[in-house]
Design a protein. Structure first.
Length: 210
């Protein structure tokens, strides 16, 4: 019974698909640390929702470079609020990390981070806390493959659009021109991989009832 309780107290982690070296390193890290347990690994994005339903991990690790858009993190956060998302990136800038947090990730950290810090991030995430990114060193975070970032103003527009505001209402609320709102909206749609206001609204509620 004591051993079973110890197993249950370990933080359950599910890992998405990563490059071979990173994947091997993550598996070894989980195997060597008695405070976490890897319930599934190398899960492709198209099977992630199913795997989360099946394993119900406390934390899922995602590869920044494999995300088609920031909307992926947002949808997972909406549809599986009980699972905290930790994004691992090559060398994320503070802006990229902050963007991931704004879309529902608990952390966005470098794949080069020391093992101890990755474990710490997993534990903090499992307790509902966010890992705030440190400012990067000069030259870090450049030319990183991954989802396009929203600008701060686009994020403002996105929030109002998801709340059901019309373009005219957004323009009034933010004291900007109507055509500027339309431009921001087009950029938001492109960056999130959607094409309509209806998709934007469904993104805000993405599987919220599930």
């Amino acid at each position: 019974m004591g051993m079973l309780a110890a197993m249950e107290s370990r933080v359950a982690v599910l890992a998405g698909q990563f490059e071979d070296l990173v994947a091997v390193g993550l598996r070894q890290l989980m195997a060597e640390d008695s405070s976490v347990r890897l319930v599934a690994a190398d899960v492709p994005l198209e099977r992630l929702e199913h795997a989360l339903d099946e394993h119900r991990p406390a934390v899922t690790l995602l590869n920044f470079g494999s995300l088609p858009s920031a909307a992926t993190v947002h949808k997972l956060h909406q549809s599986h609020p009980e699972t905290r998302v930790v994004v691992l990136a090559n060398r994320p800038s503070a802006a990229e990390a902050t963007q991931m947090l704004s879309f529902g990730a608990a952390a966005c950290i470098s794949k080069e981070t020391q093992a101890r810090d990755i474990i710490n991030a997993i534990h903090l995430a499992s307790r509902g806390m966010n890992v705030v990114p440190r400012s990067p060193r000069p030259g870090e975070g450049l030319d990183l493959p991954g989802p396009d970032l929203l600008t701060p103003r686009e994020a403002d527009v996105l929030e109002l659009l998801q709340d059901g505001h019309s373009n005219a209402q957004v323009a009034h609320e933010l004291s900007i021109g109507l055509e500027t709102v339309r431009t921001h909206a087009r950029n938001i749609y492109r960056k999130l991989g959607i094409s309509s206001r209806r998709e934007l609204a469904s993104l805000a509620r993405a599987n919220g009832s599930g």
